[in-house]
Design a protein around this ligand. Structure first.
Ligand code: C2E
Ligand code: MG
Ligand code: MG
Ligand code: MG
Length: 292
């Protein structure tokens, strides 16, 4: 009977839940100790402009290597950090580290790059976030428009009034904002025009099968066209193949991020990547062709 199955289902479910929470608690304890240690590092994934083939930005992504647990994926530890509140100090560290790196690259003579930093819901709701962001930019000596904060739709929609207020404050300070994983979060489109954002990041799930799925093509075309109408730029995440790239170019997407160009890289490797592409773009423009 259904009742019987329900009980069986529950019996199977409970130990899995138990294991999940035990693991989350273990991660929170370990993460607390990892704060401020070399276990935590940022890597940087290039964002490439489709029209020129040049690297125009970097997304900072957190990596955690624990001596016993090994490499723990952000999709696992970020939620644990979020629930425990650890995301607030952790996120502040990420922000400062990323801003400092952007300044270091500027000093090293790299072309202007936008540094994209992910902000979680708890961070975004933290009172004083705009002040913290301004303070970090001032102390590290980076222009506000070199920083782009990535927010998911959920972060913005959870409390749209509060979100508009925080975004206005960040916008007045000259910081850019993008909506991450766009298309997955049931945004109210009427709020989109109130949000002081400059970019939509088209979610990987629409990019994956774009080569041969007409529905995904239609969704991406609609997002690009809506973004244009609202004066926003678009970037696609998770681009892995030439075919996906060609399709996104056809749809008029502005920027590309994904394994097709590069995996997220350690700072040194990122710098080398930017310089190599710069040389390729110059060569190609001498020959009158695109460097993609
Ligand atoms: P996200 O912000 O949407 O970041 C993009 C994710 O896609 C990254 O996973 C990146 O490594 C991965 N990716 C990039 N290109 C490709 C590709 O071509 N194919 C595939 N399959 N994947 C690709 P990652 O680094 O594991 O991060 C996962 C999520 O964890 C991020 O999603 C973000 O939501 C969160 N996260 C990472 N670092 C931070 C951080 O410093 N703070 C906060 N709050 N969240 C972070
Ligand atoms: Mg992101
Ligand atoms: Mg994303
Ligand atoms: Mg994502």
């Amino acid at each position: 009977s259904a009742k019987h199955e329900g009980r069986n289902g529950y019996r199977l479910f409970a130990p899995a839940m138990q294991a999940h929470f035990t693991r989350q608690l273990q991660l929170v304890a370990a993460l607390r100790q990892a704060l401020g240690s070399a276990q935590l590092q940022l890597v940087y994934q290039p964002q490439v402009a489709l029209h020129s083939g040049a690297v125009v930005g970097a997304e900072a992504l957190l990596r955690w290597r624990h001596p016993e647990l090994g490499e723990v994926a952000p999709d696992e530890f970020i939620p644990a950090a979020e629930h425990s509140g650890l995301i607030v100090p952790l996120g502040a560290w990420v922000l400062r580290q990323a801003v400092r790196q952007a300044r270091t690259w500027r000093d090293a003579g790299l072309p202007p790059l936008t540094m994209a930093v992910n902000l979680s819901a708890a961070q975004f709701r933290q009172p004083g976030l705009p002040e913290l962001v301004s303070q970090v930019l001032r102390e590290e000596g980076l222009a506000p428009d070199c920083l782009e904060l990535e927010l998911t739709e959920g972060v913005a929609m959870h409390d749209p009034h509060g979100a508009v207020h925080t975004m206005n404050s960040l916008h007045e300070r000259g910081v850019r904002m993008a909506i991450d994983d766009f298309g997955t979060g049931f945004s109210s489109l009427s709020y989109l025009k109130q949000f002081k954002i400059c970019k939509l990041k088209i979610d990987r799930s629409f990019v994956r099968d774009i080569g041969d799925n007409p529905e995904d093509q239609a969704i991406v075309a609609a997002i690009v066209s809506m973004a244009r109408g609202l004066g926003l730029s678009t970037i696609s995440e998770g681009v892995e193949t030439e075919q996906q790239l060609a399709m996104l170019r056809e749809q008029g997407c502005d920027e590309i991020q994904g394994y097709y160009y590069s995996r997220p890289l350690a700072a040194d490797a990122f710098e080398a990547f930017v310089r190599a592409r710069l040389a390729a773009v110059r060569l190609a423009s001498d020959d009158g062709v695109s460097a993609n």
